[in-house]
Design a protein around this ligand. Structure first.
Ligand SMILES: Nc1ncnc2c1ncn2[C@@H]1O[C@H](COP(=O)(O)OP(=O)(O)OP(=O)(O)O)[C@@H](O)[C@H]1O
Ligand SMILES: [Mg+2]
Length: 225
């Protein structure tokens, strides 16, 4: 059965004038840090954009994010998967799609590939089911560019404070290795959408690689600093 069978006609992917970019990669890879920096640089050249995050980009999503990342609440893997999708459905309809329809650049800190990497490759849930749920929650909205901040699992986790580890960060190293391998498989399968950035490099080198990818894709000219 095609995944579209699950979608109502009003929920089908529509064309939009905006540019949708997602940031993916293991915990501690530097996604959020890089987004903060690039946002200031885009503001400086009056390049209109918004930044959202998955999970937690909307008011409802913030509540969902608290449940998802707080390891004090037990969650079954299915409940976890569906909460991520509920958050995403709200973010797409409330924030992402309206901004794209206005012609804005939208950056989303994690998106569909996180669920495939973490819940699929990491937790071992059925990849086909996750793909179907991703299509339902997003109405088929895919990014035109996905930057994969690639980093060795140990190196990523070592950048974070163990005392603040969230539900996923607390998982064993083996889980994180499966997540990284999952991401690399996704990038290999869709090379036209993915751009892999070496996130193990010093901050300024990662920034340069991020800028270069955006300049090429967005046809803008962010100066290298
Ligand atoms: N290239 C880098 N080299 C060294 N440290 C870095 C680099 N990039 C980011 N960091 C540091 O690593 C930590 C994690 O960065 P950040 O929160 O941006 O990662 P993230 O990819 O958003 O992680 P998460 O998936 O957990 O949200 C921060 O303390 C940040 O300052
Ligand atoms: Mg982050």
């Amino acid at each position: 059965m095609s995944a579209n069978t699950y979608l109502s006609s009003s929920n089908q992917e529509k064309k939009h004038p905006g540019i949708f970019i997602t940031l993916e990669g293991p915990d501690g890879a530097g996604k959020t840090t890089q987004l903060r920096i690039i946002s200031k640089e885009l503001d400086a050249i009056n390049c209109q954009h918004i930044i959202t995050r998955d999970p937690g980009g909307t008011a409802a999503g913030k509540q969902i994010r608290r449940i998802l990342l707080n390891s004090n609440f037990p969650l079954s893997t299915t409940a976890e998967l569906l909460l991520y999708q509920a958050d995403r459905a709200q973010n797409v309809s409330e924030i992402i799609r309206p901004a794209l329809e206005k012609g804005l650049i939208v950056f989303c800190d994690r998106y569909i590939d996180s669920t495939i990497a973490y819940q699929g490759y990491g937790r071992g849930l059925c990849l086909k089911t996750i793909e179907t749920l991703n299509k339902i929650s997003t109405g088929g909205l895919k990014p035109s560019l996905t930057l994969l901040f690639d980093l060795d699992s140990e190196a990523g986790l070592s950048r974070l404070h163990p005392g603040n580890y969230d539900r996923l960060e607390r998982e064993a190293l083996d889980f994180h290795k499966k997540v990284r391998d999952g991401y690399l498989t996704l990038a290999k399968n869709e090379p036209e959408r993915f751009c892999i950035i070496d996130a193990s490099a010093p901050l300024t080198n990662v920034q340069s690689a991020f800028r270069k990818a955006l300049n090429e894709r967005l046809s803008i000219n962010l100066p290298d600093v």
